[in-house]
Design a protein around this ligand. Structure first.
Ligand SMILES: C[S@@+](CC[C@H](N)C(=O)[O-])C[C@H]1O[C@@H](n2cnc3c(N)ncnc32)[C@H](O)[C@@H]1O
Length: 299
């Protein structure tokens, strides 16, 4: 995904220390490792246990690379006081997660309605839908799916679950399609609701909000923060954070003797980069991807 742009934005030094906070199946991690020399180091993180298996086979015995299965909101703990020359977040779900029906993310393939990136933690989508109120369901689908038929869909889910618990992706997709059939050409009627449930189940936006300030703290002077977002809800958080962190704290603006914590911590690097037509043709999921980069200002 936007591979060259990512590598350029990270400004990789052969002997640097880099963090891939969203290892996935290791596409970016492999490319970063390819640019590191003997002294370079890579810490890869992902909350998905399948990523752990992929990392073991990709890294083999490479002494430069380590993988930790964790949430990226635990970044400060994982860094253990080290400073990184670059940190990459490639947000959202991976294609293998979406495509594997057993993970429960797909409305196109029937499977258990799970949607957890780490199935060992928290509540599955099915468990949540069994206990949430109609209003909560409507709020989640409206807010995280930006779905205008959220209330109608929530009502249909609650009606359906009184007959039998909603435990499969196929049944949920059918309930949604019946409640709000095909209002967007070329899009399955369940697209937005599935996105919303996935974001909610994995607390995705909260994870980003908690991780970004930790990433800034974890960067060495001149270190790069690079974030790829897949939809506007993520990008809004990233854009606002990077802008706010690259300005003086408003209450100190223009005043003398500004304390260190009120000074800008980041400088924006270039403009936002969007996937080009060739990238989108190769990977249609890249159509709403945005890459933003910033550089840590020396404290
Ligand atoms: C778009 S994929 C990354 C793909 C990866 N860059 C590659 O080249 O294969 C996003 C990955 O981030 C992971 N992820 C999402 N939120 C996370 C979080 N809060 N903590 C750790 N990993 C997370 C997902 O499990 C998924 O594997």
């Amino acid at each position: 995904m936007l591979l060259d742009a990512v590598l350029d934005a990270l400004a990789i030094r052969a002997d640097g220390f880099y963090v891939d906070a969203t290892f996935g199946r290791g596409g970016h991690a492999a490319a970063i490792l390819g640019r590191l020399g003997e002294k370079g180091r890579l810490l890869a993180i992902d909350r998905d246990p399948d990523a752990s298996t992929a990392a073991a086979s990709l890294f083999g015995g490479d002494p430069r690379a380590t993988f930790t299965q964790a949430r990226f909101s635990e970044l400060s703990r994982l860094m253990a006081g080290r400073a990184a020359d670059g940190i990459l977040f490639d947000l959202g779900v991976s294609s293998p997660q979406l495509d594997d029906p057993r993970r429960g993310f797909s409305f196109l393939r029937d499977g258990p309605l799970d949607m957890r990136m780490d199935p060992r933690q928290g509540e599955s989508a099915s468990q949540w839908l069994a206990r949430a109120s109609e209003r909560e369901i409507a709020t989640v689908i409206g807010r995280y799916g930006e779905e205008r038929h959220a209330r109608r869909i929530a009502r249909a889910i609650v009606a359906a679950r009184t007959a039998a618990p909603v435990t499969t992706t196929g049944r949920l997709a059918a309930i949604i399609a019946a409640a709000a059939p095909g209002h967007e050409p070329g899009r399955h009627p369940a697209t937005r609701s599935f996105q919303a449930l996935r974001i909610h189940v994995n607390r995705e936006l909260d994870e980003i909000e908690r991780a970004l300030p930790q990433a800034v703290k974890a960067l060495a002077p001149d270190g790069r923060l690079v974030v790829i977002s897949f939809h506007s809800l993520e990008d809004r958080i990233v854009k606002r954070f990077m802008r706010a962190t690259s300005r003086e704290a408003p209450r100190w603006a223009g005043l003398p003797d500004m304390p260190a914590d009120a000074r800008p911590k980041l400088t924006l690097v270039g403009r936002a980069i969007f996937a080009d037509a060739a990238e989108i043709a190769r990977n249609p999921r890249a159509r709403s991807a945005v890459l933003r980069a910033a550089r840590r200002v020396a404290p």
